[in-house]
Ligand binder design. Structure first.
Ligand code: ARG
Ligand code: ZN
Length: 843
């Protein structure tokens, strides 16, 4: 059942046209297809295999004659003419029974689809592979007032609508929506003058929550024209919000389908973080129109071709629209939190994997986020102009094609006249490289010697040296910049770089802007770190210096029972009071390293982490920090909050973030008075939820939790927050009991992925609860995954990664986690998705 990259072979036929008719019915939808095939002169194979799963074949014809296909595992095979022919088939499917949310399914009475990666084969028989591209015409027959599909609208009448998509596309970009929806409409005129009708389609009660997403869409459209020269190419662009969705959103051609959590926002119901996420997902899906749809992937091994590039583009967009340093820090936090964890455990895989059992298991942080880092490194290596030339060539050369990473790298080689043979290793080699730094000073020359080493990962014992761009600058001991940023291009396992004729021994600022996805291993002198925290001209490394001081202090508390680092608090106090510094940046500096961060750092240093001890150390560190910075925090809390009505813009959000960070710390030492007052007075969700979180953290939120529930019980997205915050913030004494109680709550509708993620996922992401020494946390999550698996394998498989760090812990916890994994694996009928994940985790 394993598919290998090396076995790729093109399909034997081309498709000139696809015509689909849907007669909708929850239990018995009829889908008829008319597909014009012709032999592909360039392909060797004449195997006419069409994918199909969970389909009832009513009948099939070839050129009007009844066909007798052979039904085989995963589809059908048929003898066909060695000339162009028309394939016609009728199948029956039951969207109401489709709880896996893959293919055509129903959510709150509305029909919708999710076809990436291999869902179209659950709609009709088809060569369901991304290298088969065709123009689609669709006719939908149904009683629903709104009937949508890809492309431009065609004829429409009582009980039907037709759609025509002129752009050839792979089946995974097909979409259909039918339901009782209302539209928030607007329009955008492209720079060449095409007027595009924009629509965001939602349930009636949500109409007032579409404004921000629409605004983000228009900004994304303008940005892609301005920065990449990419224009939109249809008369309409529609977005639909659905409540039941396995992921964030999907870039179907001209008809993006979104998890409602990634579209809907109002000041009262959405936090600043929600607004930010909506903006970036709206942009991401829109940007796919060029990087994904016009130019798609030859096969699913090339997934990073569209995802890495599109994540990189959405990160650039957010950096331009908001604050670039803050965006970079947040992107690195996400990368370290999810991708480093993956890359340093049993699920490690290359950005371009070489084999898989279930492709849905490879929509990972490695493919997406590390994939985006590779694009960033390429850009750093060839420069901004080289990058722009390469991208222009990519769009010119490959428009309308299904491509590979080789095609992608070739445009850089051709446009920038550069050999990328060694760079390509980044796509093939898994694992996070460790970058070592040695310094030498001879009175006038400063020498940095860099070493690199990538630890072994599953199936890859030996690693070769990579090309690593190491952005480096030098500071003088007084904090002024001696040598501005330059890119040290590392290509060997060990390499020295010299900086000559310096007046004083400098302090090196290495890996500025996090110029490569590596772990920097450098013995950090606290005085140097404090200098960087106070003076580095690179904002990322400024933040990083503070983070390292905090982390080192926490590690010393855990390993040697040391006291929290007072020198760090003093330096942080100064930084927090720098009024000309972006409040959002200062808020990030006031945040502590996460529990998982510390666990990984302990593990890397050869100490077995104890999640409960980490929770306690982190709490006492935060309390000490709150006491040491109390006057400063009180002033920040008082004066940072923006005045006037709520606005989600980056400036106001940054000020709320700073005030919120101060409140979180102050609440640990002030008994909760401020938080309670803020909770009562809040007129927006950011401040309401911030205050509630602060109170939950000190276990003083009983009344407010009840009030919040009463206020929001009818708003599903807000209720997810209510669940998530309780299981996520509970301390070691109460976390398991809280999760158990909430999983018995009448509003825990576990078949809805958002709610399941909020409760079970939220709990699994709380180390102090999940790793309860009794093993009850593991048991609870395993029980729920076993229950969800037959209903929704994709979400189950994804959430099983809660166990991926099992080898890090002590013998008891290891045994308990292994037992939970083995119990899941032994479940009769366990899905292919979850089986693959657990097998890989057990190694
Ligand atoms: N292409 C989508 C995106 O990145 C993700 C869809 C993934 N779906 C899945 N079933 N794996 O926006
Ligand atoms: Zn994507």
């Amino acid at each position: 059942e394993t598919v290998h990259l090396k076995d790729y072979a093109p399909f034997g036929y081309l498709i000139d046209k696809v015509e689909l008719v849907f007669r909708l019915d929850p239990e018995a939808t009829r889908v008829t297809s008319r597909i014009a095939f012709r032999p592909d002169p360039a392909a060797k194979s004449r195997d006419f295999f069409l994918h199909g799963e969970k389909l009832k074949l009513i009948g099939a014809r070839i050129d009007g004659q009844k066909a007798a296909p052979e039904m085989v595992k995963g589809g059908l095979r048929c003898t066909v003419p060695d000339a162009p022919f028309l394939w016609e088939a009728e199948v029956e499917i039951a969207p109401a029974q489709n709880t896996a949310l893959d293919g055509l399914y129903m959510s709150n009475g509305m029909y919708c689809t999710q076809c990436e990666a291999e869902g179209f084969r659950k709609i009709t028989y088809y060569p369901d592979r991304p290298d088969v591209m065709a123009p689609f015409s669709v006719r939908i027959e149904g009683t629903q007032p709104v009937l949508l599909s890809n492309g431009n609208p065609g004829r429409k009448g009582e009980g039907f609508a037709e759609w025509h998509d002129p752009w050839k596309k792979p089946a995974y970009l097909f979409a259909l929506v039918a339901g009782d929806l209302v539209c928030h409409s607007d329009s955008f005129t492209t720079r060449s003058g095409r007027r595009v009708a924009l629509g965001i389609w939602v349930r009636a009660g949500d109409l007032e929550k579409c404004g921000f997403a629409m605004d983000a869409l228009k900004r994304a459209m303008a940005w892609d024209e301005r920065v990449y020269g990419r224009e939109y190419d249809l008369d309409v662009f529609n977005i639909v919000a659905v409540d039941d969705f396995n992921m964030g959103a999907m870039e179907n051609k001209g008809l993006n389908i979104f998890n409602s959590s990634a579209v809907l926002a109002s000041p009262e119901t959405a936090t600043d973080a929600n607004y930010e996420r909506i903006e970036s997902i709206i942009a991401h899906e829109y940007f796919h129109n060029w990087t994904g749809n016009r130019i798609t992937c030859r096969d699913w091994f090339q997934l990073c071709l569209k995802e890495g590039l599109t994540v990189f583009r959405d990160q650039q967009f957010s950096a331009d629209e908001r604050s670039a340093p803050v965006q970079r820090i947040n992107d690195v936090l996400a990368l370290r939190g999810r991708q480093f964890r993956e890359d340093n455990g049993p699920l490690a895989h290359p950005v371009r994997p070489e084999s898989f059992v279930e492709i849905n298991n490879f929509y990972t942080a490695t493919v997406y986020e590390k994939g985006a880092e590779l694009i960033g490194m390429l850009r750093r290596l060839v420069g901004e102009d080289g990058y722009a030339r390469a991208l222009d060539l990519y769009f010119r050369r490959h428009d309308g094609q299904a491509c590979t990473i080789e095609d992608w790298l070739k445009v850089f080689e051709d446009a920038c006249d550069r050999d990328l043979g060694q760079f390509k290793l980044w796509y093939a080699q898994a694992g996070t490289p460790r970058l070592g730094v040695e310094e030498a000073w001879d009175g006038s020359t400063f020498t940095l010697t860099l070493t690199q080493k990538t630890p072994p990962t599953p199936g890859q014992a030996q690693k070769a040296p990579l090309v690593i761009p190491v952005a480096t600058g030098l500071l003088a001991p007084d904090g002024s910049e001696l040598v501005p940023t330059r890119i040290l291009e590392m290509t060997e396992a060990r390499q020295s770089f010299r900086f000559a004729d310096l007046p004083v021994r400098p302090v090196a600022s290495v890996l500025r802007g996090f110029s490569a996805p590596v772990i920097l291993e450098r013995r950090a002198d606290p005085r140097q770190l404090r200098l960087l925290l106070a003076h580095d001209t690179d904002p990322f490394n400024r933040w990083e210096a503070g983070r390292l001081l905090a982390r080192n202090s926490l590690l010393a508390m855990l390993r040697d029972g040391a006291d929290p680092d007072a020198g760090y608090f003093a330096a942080l106090n100064d930084l927090a009071g720098e009024l000309e510094l972006d409040p959002a940046f200062r808020a990030l500096c006031l945040a502590l390293p996460g529990q998982d961060d510390i666990a990984q750092a302990l593990h890397d240093g050869g100490t077995v982490p104890d999640p409960v001890a980490i929770y306690r150390a982190r709490r006492s560190f935060a309390e000490a920090m709150a006491r040491a910075l109390q006057p400063r925090l009180a002033a920040l809390y008082e004066y940072s909050r923006p005045e006037g009505p709520y606005s989600p813009d980056a400036g106001a959000a940054g000020r709320r973030a700073l005030a919120g960070a101060a409140l979180g710390l102050l609440t640990l030492v002030d008994g909760g008075g401020r938080a309670r007052r803020q909770y009562a007075a809040a007129d927006n969700m950011t401040e309401q939820l911030g205050a509630l979180s602060a109170l939950v953290s000190i276990g003083e939120a009983e009344e407010e939790l009840a009030q919040f529930y009463a206020q929001w019980k009818d708003d599903r997205l807000v209720l997810d927050k209510w669940f998530g915050l309780q299981v996520g913030l509970a301390g070691p004494e109460t976390a398991v009991a809280t999760a158990r109680t909430l999983s018995e709550h009448p509003d825990f509708s576990w078949k809805t992925p958002n709610r399941f993620r909020a409760v079970i996922g939220g709990f699994a992401a709380n180390p102090a609860g999940f790793h309860d020494p009794s093993g009850a946390g593991y048991g609870l999550v395993a029980d729920w995954l076993i229950r969800l698996d037959p209903v929704n394998p994709q979400t189950t498989a994804r959430m099983s990664t809660a166990f991926e760090t099992w080898r890090r812990y002590d013998a008891d916890r290891r045994a308990q986690m292994r037992e939970a994994l083995e119990r899941m694996l032994a479940t009769k009928g366990l899905s292919r998705d979850t089986t693959e994940m657990i097998t890989r985790m057990l190694g």
